[in-house]
Design a protein around this ligand. Structure first.
Ligand code: SAM
Ligand code: SF4
Length: 347
């Protein structure tokens, strides 16, 4: 193990903040869910996320190392975080991802560990991930059609992703979700095919609104497919969509009678869900974002690298989250400096 547990324990003992404190903001929201982007690189080039070439990756030294990530995870756990999602970039490209999961599982109080992946590297990793303590996996898959897959990701990896999904289904993992960025004139004709995956499989198929993070501006091409419209289209196909309970972002979530899985629609652009937000985001370069649309960040990496104690980092995190604005519209309105690519934020 690379992390220095003794050093960490000393810091925790020295910390002045009671350990049962939860992270709160001025609107009564509490934060127990950490989304950690552990890298920026990717083995796909989804057109709404990254340009094909000339991706401005940061130099490695600016990104968090394993010990730094573990330290932040431990601090977050002490502040009451109970759920974590590893994302990226493509988190499975990170060679020490298993160590990060094992660390979280074995050394912290975080009880729910999840991964968002494009699925390409799942076939060779899924069993080790589950053994390491992973509870849930979200696989991003926008189409079931080989040609369209190549068009949207600029790579020919559909078979690997489908194999990964199959293996995940037999791996014993507790939760499997398939994330589909829903787009007009691209995959709006496939929503029923995706829903049909829930007939025999205990998975949640989630249609996600396109968001304005992409250097190629696909956002402005008329492909936006609003959550309400997706719901209406689903309702016009299926007579009975029974509402069920989902996660805080699964604003619309249904089960079709006699189907095993669930179908969710996520208004990530429409932002109907801000009042229930429970998320803290950390980027691969160690910045905390208190909202996906936030125009300002809190640099945890430099605080750690200049020797700040855990107690100081805790205060930094609590202070940053207290300042969270009421909703993503207000946050976005504070400037026009959204990060260029979702690969930096992790979705
Ligand atoms: N590479 C991994 C993957 O694709 O699952 C994890 C990182 S990716 C940035 C996380 C999620 O963000 C994916 O489900 C992806 O589809 C979504 N995403 C990226 N850019 C987006 C955009 N402009 N609008 C909506 N979702 C986006
Ligand atoms: Fe890579 Fe995920 Fe972005 Fe696609 S959405 S380019 S898989 S980081």
């Amino acid at each position: 193990m690379y992390w220095n547990e003794n050093e960490m324990k000393t810091d925790i003992i020295n910390s002045g903040i009671p350990k049962d404190i939860s992270i709160k903001d001025h609107f009564g929201r509490t934060f127990n869910y950490l989304r950690f982007a552990v890298n920026e690189e990717c083995n796909l080039r989804c057109i709404y996320c990254m340009p094909e070439e000339g991706v401005p990756f940061q130099e490695k030294a600016r990104l968090l190392g394993k010990n730094e990530i573990c330290r932040i995870i431990k601090i977050m756990s002490d502040l009451g975080i109970s759920k974590i999602r590893f994302t990226g970039g493509e988190p499975l490209l990170r060679k020490d991802l298993l160590d990060l999961i094992k660390y979280t599982y074995q050394k912290t109080d975080i009880s729910s560990i999840h991964l968002t992946t494009n699925g390409v590297l799942l076939p060779r990793n899924i069993n080790q991930l589950v053994e390491a303590g992973l509870d849930g996996i979200n696989i991003s898959l926008d189409t079931l059609n080989k040609e369209k897959f190549k068009k949207i990701t600029r790579r020919e990896e559909l078979e690997k992703v489908l194999e990964g999904l199959d293996l995940a289904l037999s791996s014993g993992i507790k939760s499997i979700k398939v994330n589909i960025v829903a787009m007009r004139d691209f995959n709006d004709d496939e929503i029923i095919d995706f829903v049909e995956l829930t007939r025999d499989n205990d998975i949640t198929v989630r249609f996600i609104e396109l968001m304005p993070f992409d250097s190629h501006q696909i956002w402005k091409t008329g492909k936006f497919y609003k959550a309400d419209e997706i719901v209406n289209d689903l309702k016009s196909h299926y007579n009975i969509l029974k509402p069920v309970k989902g996660s805080s972002t699964e604003y619309y979530i249904y089960k079709i009678k006699e189907y095993i899985g669930r179908v969710a629609v996520i208004p990530s652009y429409s932002r109907n869900l801000c009042s229930a937000c429970n998320r803290i985001r950390i980027t691969a370069d160690g910045n905390l974002l208190n909202c996906l649309y936030s125009q300002s960040e809190t640099n945890i990496r430099d605080a750690m690298r200049t020797g700040m104690q855990d107690s100081g980092i805790e205060k930094l995190i609590i202070g940053a989250m207290q300042k969270k604005l009421k909703n993503g519209w207000i946050a976005q309105g504070q400037g026009n400096d959204l990060r260029e690519s979702m690969t930096q934020i992790g979705g």
